[in-house]
Design a protein around this ligand. Structure first.
Ligand code: FAD
Length: 397
């Protein structure tokens, strides 16, 4: 069996692990990325590619997202790999006076955070997207939002990391981890041999708790399934990302606001998300359900998704759906990621990004690298430490 040594082993080759490996390599840190399948084997190949601030709570949440968003134009120039980054902004569509009122307040808080947002009235929103249902009464535009191809992002970051000297170990599942407190290192037992690592970053998405258990850490991440419809290539329906404003209510489960949706839509947590792709087709999302590690699509959920899409863009009723897929969002109880040191010295967690792991990938990679290099962090990580969930871990970091 092969045995190797490294400064940092990153476990998981999704958007998060790829970004961490890239930023480590950029700092000349010796790193191995260990992935049980191919790159983007997990949720990173079963999601949308939106890089948004519009769906974040103004404050820490939106600041973290904006820091990450601002890194994408920079990284496209650095890695010499086209991942279809476009920054056309996004549009939240508003169905009722009650939503309009909430959107105006939300818009004001976003403006106070310095974000480029504005409310569109009924005339403006239909000028902006002429195929919208006639009864949509307004919109909220976030000009800085962007989108990309998530698999290409992961591949591009790995490509960049490799060029800077990182080792990429695909098809090599981590089976166990031994902690050697005397030698202050770890022994990773993997399918293809042993890796001695001074530090480990657990970036295994919905499998993060499994890796955590190997060193005795309890990490509260659950898989939250989302299903997506893929339409055929067609004339443009909308020119950029369009989301129902009620999406924010669905995402945060808060408030007393009730959308005008069917019981099925409510049950499956459906919120309309439209994303045009570079191939001239579009994606329709998405649902939110706790169904374990199940990645099968359910025809009833797909029907409800299609029905919701037709409510906002009636023309979608004339367009064929060519396929569908389901992915598992790494969910945490407070909807914030875990980007953190842990009670195990030199063992880090970078996971739990739920529906934001593509958008937050770059800032995650940067923050973990800053921690490892003992550099000043771009943002205070108090809110995203692992110990916020567990009294056992409290006051350790
Ligand atoms: C329907 C849907 C839509 C979404 N839309 C968006 C969006 O528009 N924008 C956005 O920002 N986010 C979106 N997300 C969320 C985003 O996809 C995730 O947050 C992100 O992909 C998580 O990346 P990750 O690297 O943490 O996990 P993953 O991509 O799952 O990577 C983890 C990796 O760890 C590997 N692994 C697991 N166990 C082991 C082991 N024992 N040994 C070695 N390797 C292991 C897995 O094979 C996997 O490749 C969406 C998610 C879904 C489901």
């Amino acid at each position: 069996m092969m045995s190797r040594s490294t400064d940092v082993a990153v476990i998981g080759g999704g958007a998060i692990g790829a970004a961490i490996t890239y930023y480590l390599a950029k700092e000349n840190i010796d790193a191995i990325l260990v992935e049980k399948g191919d790159i983007a084997h997990g949720t990173t190949s079963k999601c949308d590619g939106n890089v948004l601030v519009h769906d974040k709570i103004p404050g820490f949440d939106s600041r973290l997202a904006k820091l990450s968003q601002d890194l994408f134009p920079e990284i496209t120039n650095e890695i010499d790999y086209d991942f279809n980054w476009v920054q056309k902004g996004s549009l939240l569509i508003i169905e009722s006076e009650e939503e309009l009122e909430a959107a105006a307040k939300f818009c004001q808080s976003m403006k106070e955070e310095g974000l480029p947002v504005r409310i569109l009235d009924q005339y403006e929103v239909h000028q902006d997207e002429p195929k919208l249902a006639k009864d949509i009464i307004g919109g909220l535009e976030t000009q800085c939002d962007g989108s990309l191809d998530p698999m290409a992002l992961a591949y591009g970051l790995v490509h960049g990391a490799k060029k800077l000297g990182a080792q990429i170990d695909t098809y090599n599942a981590v089976k166990n981890i031994q902690v050697n407190s005397l030698k202050k290192d770890f022994k990773i037992i993997s399918e293809r041999g042993e890796i001695n690592a001074k530090r480990i970053v657990n970036a295994a998405g919905v499998w993060t708790p499994e890796i955590g258990k190997m060193v005795g850490l309890d990490i509260p991440i659950l898989p939250r399934q989302g299903q997506i419809l893929v339409a055929e290539r067609t004339v443009p329906v909308a020119r950029r990302k369009v989301v129902e404003f009620g999406y924010l209510m669905a995402k945060f489960e808060g408030g007393n606001y009730k959308r005008n949706v069917t019981p099925e839509m409510e049950k499956y947590g459906i919120a309309f998300v439209f994303e045009p792709t570079h191939a001239d087709n579009f994606l329709i999302g998405s649902s939110r359900q706790f169904v374990g590690m199940n990645t099968f699509c359910d025809i009833e959920v797909l029907k409800a998704l299609a029905q919701r899409a037709r409510r906002f863009f009636p023309v979608i009723g004339d367009i064929n759906i060519i396929t569908s897929y389901a992915g598992l969002r790494p969910y945490t109880p407070d909807h914030l990621p875990i980007i953190s040191e842990t009670e195990i010295p030199d063992f880090y967690v970078a996971s739990g990004h739920e529906g934001d792991g593509i958008g937050l990938s770059l800032i995650t990679g940067k923050l973990i690298t800053q921690m490892i290099c003992s550099k000043t962090l771009d943002i205070d990580i108090e809110r995203i430490r692992l110990n916020r969930f567990n009294s056992k871990n409290r006051n350790v970091n």
